[in-house]
Write a protein of this length. Sequence first.
Length: 698
Amino acid sequence: MVRLVGTFCNTNIFRTGCCALIVSLISQSVFATPPTPQKMFAVGFGRSGFVTPFDGNPNPGDTVMFYDVTAIDAGGASNVFNNEPLFSVWLGFEIFNGETNDAPDGFPNGNREEISALTFNPANGTAYVAAFDSGSPPAVDQVGDTQGDFDLYKIDYQAILKDFNDNSRPKGTIYGPKTLTITTDDESFLESIGSPLYDGLVDGLANDIPHPEGLSRTVNLTNSITKVGELGRSQAGGLPSFYDVELDFIDPETLVVLDAAKDATPAGDFQIRTWQRISTDPGAAPGTIFFDADQEGGFNGNSTQSWESKIAGRLEMDTAEGFEKESDPAGWGFVNQDGVLGVWVGDSDGGGDDVSFFELDLSDRANPVAIKKELFSSSGGDPFPTGFAVDEDPSLDATTNDGEIDFLQVDSNSNLVIGETGFFDEPRTEPRVITVEIADYDSPDSDASGVNEILPAGPIGTGFNDTAPWTVTGDIPVTGPIDNDGDVTNTTQVAYDKGTGFIYIIDQDTGFTEDIYVFDPATGTIVYSEFGPFNIDLFNTGTQIVFTRGDITGNGVVSAEDIDQLLAAVADPTQGGKFTSAVGQEFYDLTGDSALATADVDELVQDILDTEYGDHDLDGDVDGDDLSDLQASFGTANTSWANGNTDGNSSVDGADFLRWQRNVGFTNAAVVASVTVPEPTSILLVGLGLLCLATRWP
């Protein structure tokens, strides 16, 4: 064995590193840990108490609160929430009016931004928040802002996370916008009373205003919280609702939203809109006001267009049932699967709640289309309706049509996940989770309608009204010492973790005190619970989400596939012409420098995944197992990180081996104090592997 290794080291082009490599492998034993990227739970806090905390909650109103929930996946976590987020982001006042009660005591007052929905770029965590703006267009406020629409805010999560970590900010730090809009009259008044909130210049911009509930812990980080646009919403019938709004991220220029306004006829209910970026200029200065009947303009207080709101379609799921039969959309799940974009939508009309899928055609940005797709719903193949009614237990009988939807999500494979409430059952029971596996979102047209169909999994002929594709959990076990009231659990307010399949349930008790339960449908168990973790006054279903920065593919897990896709984006930010290079760079930028380069891959591998180049199996170390992966694909046209390609080029080659060689011995765990020498056969395998690579080298 020694002779073999010595000969190889003296005759091979790798002689400078080979012997050191063998010594490294022999001299230490380590216990590495698979990467566990930081996972965050974000939730909107809507309480409006500006001066004093409400119900003991120290968090400011109208914020997005970020909680580190990484430990929940590992088990054994406690007090994860505890009424104090890791940090929170206060949107600020749409209009800053000055001191509360006109008294120079440093407590600011202003026109609120009421959070209705939020979404995230899964790659880098950039957050987009839809804030309801009360009033009716074309009325404008005193600084020229159109009322009765949605204000769109962009939160630079990466910049905030970097500031939080680099400056060792304390837990509970509040981030607020650097500047707020104020009238010059109000600003002059602040000057006249000697207010500590006066920034020294009467210019219609108030700088560094803290939130009153966080006067000692507010950080005003430049350009981290930006109002980027005004987005239209339905105004038909005079019955707008801001409680049921859902928002999803497609790319940095495109969001899709469920606008849950109610009209006097079903045809006007629940618009599916796209929000499209027209300009990166937020256009926030006062000026000429633009208004149109459908509120599609997206103008932000002047004639500069920032984001445009376009109606893609309406739900119209129960047109025969009349007004307000769809007044409570019960769920919304965004799908991006095998080239198909769309949303599953559930409406709540009381028993046998209906579900349909709306495919999005965004090929013409000026004219987006959302149309109900045909669902394979009959075992005989016909007819192909565009909706189906949910049952309490479709795995036993899919035709009872007696189910009540609390929420609707999609998992990492875009299968349908539905929460079926027990509130209206007799006797009332805790809710359950029902799922249906989707085999194909674009199954070939089988009934000559000209429309491809959605096919559930199961034997040939299986439809949504068959039991085969369905699975059902038992009742969510919220009982005993983890339950502090006798009410049925409210599962209308949930966040879904695609990576684990866990469902984060915010259960509202008496008043506005919420408990939280984390339920694992796979095992039917509660994996985490906490009493009274926050009092967030949560009315709508679109203000909580679980995400992991670095999840490039958006499937809830950071893995080798994400590294592969990021490497491909570095090589071609346009994704083969899918969007402009500038949008691609914004999409995948992990360093916050507005560029897309190998530094972003470094960030993903070394910081987010806490490992090193050469760790092909992502188990936290660079060792012989990774060499075996590389060796098996060496010299082949393989672009996968898992198979040894660490630079994203067309093949596994010498450059990949050199990265492995440079980092071999790396571990993300401490070296064990006692030296353990590997078995001779292990050393032999490593030596033979290196020898094999040498003989295959071009």
